[in-house]
Write a protein that binds this ligand. Structure first.
Ligand code: GLU
Length: 480
């Protein structure tokens, strides 16, 4: 098998590929984090591989349970089930960071005992001022080190005023932190440019750098694919893991998704949450096929399932340049998904209103009529109403088209219908012969009369499905 994936399944490392998605439950999943989840799920898919879900809810004010439920539901809808994490469990739980504080304590202590972390009593106001001064002196803002070398006595004294200091990691001086990014290649950072950073907040909760790194190590995560915005966090996290003697995963920082103007993707560019896409009637396979190609190149331009996407997923195909969101592409995959769906799936997807209006016995004729002309359930509902509901209401624009054709045209059409009630070609030819009208002037008034639209399903199919009685009724209505 030509498997160029890193750690191809035939290699011994294949036994140990474990990826993860580690969202903070502070909102609904959008295209950006859904793509991060997808890439990790693809890399972690297959025999001997694990895709893990961890909820990073250390921010007590902003994390909400309803967002946890929503993100689990959205991942399941996308087909991105996890083998370890909430609901399914696993040997490295709990999988909510808010429940792992006791575990983190051990590591804070270990760092403190080796003087690799120290309590910081600086107030928010002091820190703000210091950053401001640094900036105005043209220096990058970083912690001044004010509390870095307090004596034990001094610390005791300070604790009396402020019993809840933060805990800062002591960044070693004159070190180069180097790592090979799975996407961006070799990276080097100078430790002197990194100020001592907070690993435990004043309220006792773990800071992102800390819990995120510790948990990846404790949970045995081997590969992390995450947004490029985390690239500069990685050297800090590697320092923490190194200080604790814990194994670091390999990191790959994927490019950001941007809108048509190159700015980070937002609502303004038409970006929506996975939830909104689902409500609109997008197929999960459409979203997955689109996202998989947003910043990752596939030779195969056809519609692929998750196994196929996973089999062709490779680090060297992840782009370094920002990935541009394109709503037309998403729609393209929606059509592909519709073409790939079974009649049963489409019927369910159309929704209860359509099913009721059309009825089981007319299901197949309806699907055959409209599938090529719709993208979403609302379109299906529109056509179900057009086809099976009378009287057909015509918009002002359609009334004009009908009026322009004139009474004589519709009288001839009614005569032609008696001769050719189910054969559009013969029917339209007969009108053409009788009236001399052809082309657009012939077809548009007929479409308007039959459907109230100038575009839509094939006329020959429409005639068969509407049936002579409805057609007669609609042509007669145009005589008035
Ligand atoms: N909770 C972090 C986030 O949502 C995780 C970052 C990471 O993947 O390491 O941004």
């Amino acid at each position: 098998m030509d498997d160029n994936r890193p750690f191809a399944k035939t290699e011994p490392e294949a036994m140990t590929v474990k990826t993860r998605f580690a969202p903070s439950p502070t909102g609904f999943i959008h295209l950006g984090n859904a793509r991060t989840a997808l890439f990790n799920a693809l890399l972690g898919r297959g025999e001997g591989r694990v895709f893990l879900l961890r909820i990073e809810d250390t921010d007590r004010d902003r994390s909400r349970e309803e967002f946890v439920a929503a993100l689990e539901e959205d991942l399941m809808w996308l087909g991105l089930g996890w083998q370890e994490g909430p609901v399914v469990g696993g040997e490295h739980g709990p999988y909510f960071q808010s429940q792992r504080e006791a575990l983190y304590q051990r590591y804070y202590r270990q760092l403190e005992e080796h003087d690799l972390a120290y309590p910081c009593f600086c107030s928010e106001a002091e820190l703000k001022l210091s950053r401001k001064l640094q900036r105005s002196a043209g220096q990058p803002p970083r912690y001044s080190g004010k509390c870095a070398h307090l004596s034990e006595g001094e610390r005791q004294r300070r604790r009396q005023d402020n019993p809840r200091p933060t805990l800062r990691f002591r960044v070693p001086r004159d070190r180069v932190i180097a790592f090979d990014d799975l996407v961006r290649g070799p990276q080097r950072f100078d430790s002197n440019e990194i100020g001592d950073f907070i690993i435990r907040r004043g309220d006792g909760s773990a800071a992102f750098f800390f819990s995120n790194a510790i948990d990846d190590a404790l949970m045995g995560v081997t590969h992390v694919l995450r947004g490029e915005d985390h690239l500069t966090n990685t050297p800090r996290q590697q320092l923490i893991l190194e200080a604790l003697g814990l194994q670091s995963p390999r990191y790959g920082h994927i490019s950001m998704i941007v809108g048509h103007d190159g700015a980070p993707l937002s609502k303004r560019h038409g970006s929506r949450s996975i939830r909104e896409l689902r409500q609109q009637g997008y197929f999960p396979q459409a979203v997955v096929n689109y996202l998989a190609r947003l910043g990752h190149k596939y030779d195969d331009e056809g519609f692929l399932d998750l196994d196929q996407l996973a089999a062709q997923f490779r680090f060297d195909r992840l782009g370094k340049a920002p990935a541009r969101y394109d709503a037309h592409q998403l729609l393209h995959w929606q059509h592909q998904a519709l073409v790939a769906a079974s009649a049963d799936e489409i019927w369910q997807w159309m929704g209860p209103q359509v099913r009721e209006l059309v009825g089981e016995e007319r299901r197949n004729e309806f699907l055959d009529l409209v599938v090529a002309n719709i993208s979403f359930p609302e379109h299906a509902l529109h056509w179900a109403q057009v086809v099976y509901q009378d009287p057909l209401e015509l918009s002002d624009e359609m009334r004009e088209v009908v009026a322009a054709a004139g009474r004589e045209f519709f009288q001839q059409a009614l005569l032609a219908l008696e001769l050719h009630p189910a054969d559009f070609k013969a029917f339209s030819n007969a009108i053409k012969q009788a009236t001399g009208v052809k082309g657009k002037a012939l077809f548009q008034p007929l479409r308007a009369a039959f459907t109230g639209e100038l575009g839509g399903p094939e006329m020959s199919k429409l005639m068969r499905v509407l049936g002579p009685e409805r057609l007669r009724l609609r042509l007669r209505a145009c005589l008035q």
